[in-house]
Design a protein around this ligand. Structure first.
Ligand code: FAD
Length: 556
């Protein structure tokens, strides 16, 4: 069996090596137009910051062997043609036209073909985008060019255009390199994978590290002198720039597939089934070029990630070798590190869930990630999204200096299993104080959801409370924290009665007015709301997430 694999970074080498392992009679060739093979693109920001010192580390096995074409020939028995581009697919005659860097054209026969052509950086047609010192970050050559520029000059004015995963990781790397950084994002918040109030926390964290965040800002031009960029012109003013990184997203590389008549899906990626088979039974696609199915909505989606590329490569290999396997889809799970914060999400965000027609209920649970008596305890901001009708969890987001990955991964497992919030809230998670609270943060958040769904608690988001203030609504915003906490920070205009005094002093409150109770994280706010309800207050809500999620000014 002759197998040709186009693309040599993540999905391609994974598919090729596994086919060769499984199938004695397979003759496997990988065609890669670039120089480098099987490298960790995800490690590029850490290579730029210097945490990864040598680019070879990104291409090496755990024992330090570099995965080059000799490695693939000797160890994997896979023939790799790098510096070679696949230019066309002749599906009728099962041939791939290739051209080497020297210009030599050839044809390769195949019985099975795998497209692992990945994604390409999107370059918007902004005037001046061709100026020098404007870079993308897609591969090792891009990273080398950026490193080269950073090495030659100190304290550069760096502008990062785009606040997605790559943009924020580059911002941190540039900070390590001593640059003055402005991150420009067209949308109202950075990290569109997160809900706005979660992104706001990350923006504040960036600002606290000296990174200027300009959201809701459109780049209109790059201007420069002698071919070198000097400033980024936006609809909100000009920003001096010695170096610019364009990080406004990627597009699936589908030219070969489209030109050969393969079906392209609604997300503009190559349509595949759960065996990674394209509309041609002898052609498979895996990784960033292939469309995914969202496990919750069941709809096509495009989430290009290395984690997924590897899984899909394995399934494509199994399918080609007639092993029963399938890749059902993704939850859009993603995580990144920004200075002391981790930021992660899985499943649907609140807006996505509403747009998909769910009866959405949310819980905010900001709390220390370990008991307060453990010195390493750190704040963790959790948000859960569920469907009131089916009581199914839909999504989880987390950020803060606390441990994010444990909570996101627990949620990813539960979402995959389709668990209800009630089943999930009883999960037998491991516990000892150095690791988590006795009731893990995610279990506590699930119980908030259950309280809301069971009618024990009615929540209102801090953003909604701000809106109520702005509209001039007549309501009591009740702060039930201790006097000591109040001294540290308070919300202007809130009425203060500590929880322990609520029963005695509730006569001070006007029963005819709606009450919104809160504390630091709104656990005590919830208790206060129950006390008031038991005493005949009819309209009592709890402010989700408490003062820690307050988006407005705090009096300190
Ligand atoms: P690619 O890596 O895009 O490789 C495709 C290859 O195909 C390319 O080398 C290209 O040259 C080659 N090719 C294309 N067309 C042809 C042709 N016609 N002929 C020959 N060769 C061709 N993912 C995560 O999961 N977590 C992370 O933390 C993360 N961080 C990232 C950080 C950065 C800076 C970047 C750039 C990416 C990051 N990713 C991350 C994404 C991850 O790197 C990609 O999802 C993964 O590399 C996709 O692998 P792939 O094999 O599908 O495609």
């Amino acid at each position: 069996m002759k197998v040709v694999v186009i693309g040599g970074v993540a999905a391609g080498p994974k598919t090729a090596s596994r086919i060769r392992r499984l199938c004695d009679n397979a003759d496997v060739t990988v065609v890669e137009k670039g120089e480098f093979l099987s490298y960790a693109g995800c490690g590029l920001p850490y290579y730029i910051s210097g945490m990864v010192e040598d680019q070879k580390e990104l291409m090496a096995t755990p024992v330090g062997t570099v995965r080059d074409s000799v490695f693939f020939r000797n160890v994997k028995d896979v023939h790799v043609m790098n510096h070679t581009e696949a230019t066309a697919i002749d599906r009728d005659n099962k041939k791939v036209a290739i051209r080497t860097e020297g210009g030599e054209a050839q044809e390769l026969d195949y019985d099975k073909l795998v497209l692992a052509t990945g994604a390409e950086s999107f370059i918007p047609p902004i005037p001046g985008v061709e100026l020098q010192n404007i870079f993308n970050l897609k591969d090792i050559h891009d990273a080398d060019a950026i490193k080269d520029k950073l090495a030659k000059h100190k304290a550069l004015n760096a502008v990062i255009v785009g606040g997605g995963l790559i943009g924020v990781e580059v911002a941190e790397a540039f900070q390590e390199m001593g640059c003055r950084i402005t991150l420009v994002e067209y949308l109202p918040n950075i990290l569109p994978m997160m809900d706005p109030e979660m992104s706001t926390l990350v923006e504040e964290h960036f600002e606290s590290h000296g990174v200027r965040i300009k959201t809701g800002t459109k780049v209109t031009e790059f201007s420069g002198k002698d071919g070198l960029v000097e400033k980024v012109v936006t609809d909100q003013g000009e920003i001096p720039a010695d170096i610019v990184i364009m990080a406004v997203g990627v597009r699936p590389a589908t030219k070969l597939a489209a030109e050969s008549g393969l079906e392209i899906g609604p997300t503009r990626a190559i349509a595949v089934d759960d065996r990674m088979q394209t509309s041609d039974p002898d052609i498979f696609a895996a990784g960033d070029c292939a469309e995914k199915t969202h496990l919750i909505t069941g709809k096509p989606c495009y989430v290009p990630l290395g984690s997924t590329a590897n899984k899909e490569g394995r399934v494509a290999a199994n399918s080609i070798c007639d092993i029963d396997d399938s890749f059902p889809g993704v939850l859009g799970s993603a995580i990144c590190k920004i200075f002391n914060f981790s930021v992660g999400r899985t499943g649907l965000g609140e807006k996505e869930a509403r747009d998909a027609g769910y009866d959405v209920v949310i819980a905010h649970a900001p709390a220390p990630d370990k008991p307060h008596f453990i010195p390493s305890a750190k704040p963790l901001f959790l948000k859960l999204i569920a469907d009131r009708k089916t009581r199914k969890l839909l999504g989880v987001q987390a950020t803060g200096p606390g441990v994010v990955d444990r909570r996101i991964d627990i949620a990813a497992v539960a979402l995959t299993a389709g668990m209800s919030v009630d089943q999930m809230a009883q999960l037998d998670l491991s516990y000892a104080p150095p690791f988590s609270p006795a009731m893990d943060n995610i279990l506590a958040a699930l119980n908030i959801l259950r309280n809301k769904m069971d009618g024990h608690m009615e929540g209102v988001t801090p953003a909604e409370v701000v809106e109520m203030h702005e509209k001039g609504d007549d309501f009591t915003l009740l702060d039930v924290r201790t006097p000591g906490e109040l001294e540290q920070m308070r919300i202007e205009g809130a009425t203060h009665i500590p929880l322990g005094a609520v029963r005695k002093r509730m006569g001070e409150l006007d029963k005819s007015k709606p009450v919104v109770a809160f504390c630091k994280i709104s656990l005590r706010g919830y208790e206060a709301a129950l006390i008031l309800k038991q005493d005949g207050f009819t309209d009592v809500k709890v402010m989700d997430g408490g003062v820690l999620m307050w988006p407005g000014e705090l009096v300190r």
